[in-house]
Design a protein around this ligand. Structure first.
Ligand code: ADP
Length: 191
């Protein structure tokens, strides 16, 4: 199986590139942000609880997202592999993911990290906010919170995966196609 963690700060382009990678490599896309927004749209109790945090730019509890990922992994036993987008976001989530994959007799192939500076991120997120309709993209202080959460809780994951020899950095600034081609050549090298 080809199991990729697509990594990078909010606004790095993970969602956009995931869609293209899924098509090229026939993988299943698992985005915890998308899964949470579906729960909100469905008006579930989990969605209501998550929305309170997401609207402030704060991470939702580990148990919530780990539970969602567990159910998606176990319901797709025939998959070629998965792209994890926006997950894991904490060390506890990364450890839980390693354990879940072990139960399925597989593991993470690599973390592909999209590298983009803060100034460019804020510009992209405010721009996206104009038409995404996402409330967490509209306000500069919420965006700042998301970047702060990322730097405190998520950035350490780069070390977690490089310690396992699984970190691959890719320049996240440039045309969509250039970035996509860079990601594809990194993936080809894994095969
Ligand atoms: P972005 O990467 O642009 O911030 P996402 O859609 O990945 O967008 O995430 C939006 C929000 O959903 C986050 O700010 C956070 O509140 C919540 N969220 C998504 N994935 C996770 C996760 N793995 N752990 C905790 N919270 C998450």
């Amino acid at each position: 199986m080809l199991n990729l963690v697509l990594f990078g700060p909010p606004g790095a382009g993970k969602g956009t590139q995931s869609v293209k990678l899924v098509e090229r490599f026939q993988l299943i896309h698992l985005s915890t942000g998308d899964l949470l927004r579906s729960e909100i749209a469905a008006g579930s109790a989990l969605g209501l609880e998550a929305k309170q945090l997401m609207d402030k730019g704060i991470l939702v509890p580990d148990e919530v997202v780990i539970g969602m990922i567990r159910s998606k992994l176990t319901s797709n036993p025939q998959a070629n592999g998965f792209i994890f987008d926006g997950f894991p976001r904490t060390i506890a989530q990364a450890e839980a993911l390693d354990n879940l994959l072990k139960e399925l007799h597989t593991s993470i192939s690599s973390m592909l990290a999209l590298e983009v500076n803060d100034e460019e991120l804020i510009k992209r997120l405010l721009n996206r906010g104009k038409d995404s309709g996402r409330s967490d993209d509209q306000d500069e202080s919420i965006i700042a919170n998301r970047i702060k959460e990322y730097n405190n809780k998520t950035a350490p994951l780069a070390n977690y995966y490089s310690a396992q020899g699984k970190y691959t950095g890719v320049n996240g600034i440039g045309s969509l196609d250039t970035i996509f081609n860079d990601l594809c050549s990194s993936i080809e090298k894994l095969k």
